[in-house]
Design a binder for this molecule. Structure first.
Ligand code: AR6
Length: 175
């Protein structure tokens, strides 16, 4: 079984997923913002805001976990992506680190399934194709090294993002 068989691409609202962990595209202050972060906070309820405030913050490239509260997902792993500044400010490294750290945290929590949004590609402005390739490469490398989480979902909110991931995975089949 190739690691690619453990990866799924779906187009959905990540707050609806019944998985062990969903990843949030958070900010360094862990304050509820817009985009997927806002949707996750709305669906999880006010306890999530309290839990985030207790943690206090998270560096770009890092990830921290809270419970999912009212979400169907058991955990939320808050990962802070890079703000796109043209590509020469270590954005690629920071984005890859988000995915690696989120996967490490999910293993510490004993997760078998995890869903990622397209981190940094909204408000933070990371070019979508490039971000998808970083996500796919980083997740594949991690999966080759680890048996868990067993199932990894790229949860895109828009059809066009789903197509970008599917094309990226198809191209990667030969690698
Ligand atoms: N389910 C899945 N994906 C979603 C959802 C959803 N419900 N809603 C939006 N997306 P963004 P960033 C996708 O802007 O660029 C926040 O204010 C969206 O289509 O949410 O990392 C935070 O507080 C896009 O592909 O995150 C930070 O301040 C992806 O989520 C800042 O934005 C990421 O877009 C983080 O910016």
């Amino acid at each position: 079984m190739s690691e690619l068989d453990r990866i799924a691409v779906i187009v959905d609202d990540i707050t609806r997923l019944e998985v062990d962990a969903i990843v949030n595209a958070a900010n360094a202050e862990l304050e509820a913002g817009g985009g997927v972060d806002g949707a996750i906070h709305d669906a999880a309820g006010p306890q999530l805001r309290t839990a985030c405030r207790l943690i206090g913050g998270c560096e770009p490239g890092d990830a921290v976990a809270t419970p999912g509260f009212q979400l169907p997902a058991r955990h939320v792993i808050h990962a802070v992506g890079p703000v796109w500044k043209g590509g020469s400010a270590n954005e690629r490294m920071v984005l890859a680190s988000c995915y690696r750290r989120a996967l490490t945290v999910s293993r510490e929590l004993g997760c078998t399934s995890i869903a990622f949004p397209c981190i940094s590609t909204g408000v933070y402005g990371y070019p979508k194709h490039d971000a998808a390739l970083v996500a796919i490469d980083t997740v594949r490398d991690d999966m080759r090294a680890h048996d868990t989480p067993r199932e990894i979902i790229f949860c895109c909110h828009r059809q066009e993002d789903g197509e970008i991931y599917r094309a990226g995975l198809r191209a990667g089949r030969d690698k």
